[in-house]
Ligand binder design. Structure first.
Ligand code: SF4
Length: 205
C-alpha cells in the first residue's frame, strides 16, 4: 500500500501491487510493432507531402494482383468506406500518382495502376519505413502463420500472397496457374496479394 495526498491535504491509500494489464504479452509486443510502423508511415508520408492513407493506397497498388486492383478491393483491404477511398483516389489521380484504365475483359470495371510518379514516390517513402533487420524466411513464415490463424479465427479470407493460396498450381519452375480462374500466372505474380486468396490448409500428421 502507498499514500497519496490530494489537493485538500487529505491522504488516500492506494495499492501499488495491483496493476492489471488489459493486454497480454503478445498484444503488447504486437501493438508496439504496429504503432512503430504506423509512426514511420506518418513520417514518410508527411515527408512526401501525402497522408498515410495515400501511402497505404500506393503500397497496396504495388502489391495487389490483376484481380485486386479496383477501388472496391482497396476499400475492403483498408477497411475504409468506398466514399473515402474514392476521395483519396481523386487526389492521387489528379496529382499523377495513380492511373485508371478500363478493364480489358469487362469495360464496366475500372482498374487502378501506379504511374511512374507513384512508383518513384513510393520507393522514396518505403526507404524511410523499415531499416534492414536481416529478417529471415523463418521470420516471414511466423508472420504468415499469425495472419493465417487470425483469419481462420475470424472467418476472414482474401488478401494473402498468391504463393500460399490453395488455388495456386505450379506447372514448372517459372509457370504457375490460378486454379480458380484457370489463367496462367508468372513467378513474380505469385508474390503479389490477391483478394480471392484462400490459405492452403496443411493437415498436421
Ligand atoms: S491462385 Fe489464389 S491468390 Fe493466386 S490468383 Fe488465384 S485465387 Fe488469387
Amino acid at each position: 500500500m502507498g499514500i497519496l495526498i490530494d489537493s485538500r491535504g487529505l491522504s488516500m491509500r492506494f495499492s501499488i501491487y495491483t496493476i492489471v494489464l488489459m493486454m497480454n504479452d503478445f498484444e503488447i509486443w504486437f501493438e508496439r510493432l504496429s504503432s512503430l510502423y504506423r509512426s514511420q508511415m506518418r513520417q514518410a508520408a508527411s515527408a512526401a507531402g501525402l497522408q498515410v492513407v495515400h501511402l497505404e493506397i500506393l503500397q497496396y497498388l504495388s502489391i495487389g494482383n490483376r484481380y485486386s486492383n479496383t477501388a472496391q478491393a482497396l476499400s475492403e483491404y483498408l477497411g475504409q468506406t468506398k466514399g473515402s477511398i474514392s476521395q483519396s483516389l481523386k487526389i492521387l489521380d489528379k496529382d499523377g500518382y495513380v492511373a485508371r484504365k478500363p478493364c480489358l475483359k469487362d469495360k464496366r470495371i475500372t482498374r487502378l495502376f501506379l504511374t511512374k510518379r507513384g512508383r518513384v514516390s513510393l520507393e522514396k517513402m518505403s526507404s524511410l519505413l523499415m531499416p534492414n533487420l536481416g529478417e529471415t524466411e523463418k521470420d516471414v513464415d511466423a508472420i504468415r502463420l499469425l495472419l493465417q490463424k487470425w483469419q481462420a479465427n475470424n472467418n476472414h479470407k482474401g488478401f494473402g500472397q498468391c504463393l500460399s493460396c490453395r488455388y495456386n498450381r505450379q506447372l514448372s519452375d517459372a509457370k504457375f496457374q490460378c486454379g480458380l480462374t484457370g489463367e496462367s500466372l508468372s513467378k513474380s505474380e505469385t508474390r503479389q496479394i490477391c483478394r480471392e486468396h484462400e490459405f492452403l490448409i496443411v493437415k498436421q500428421t
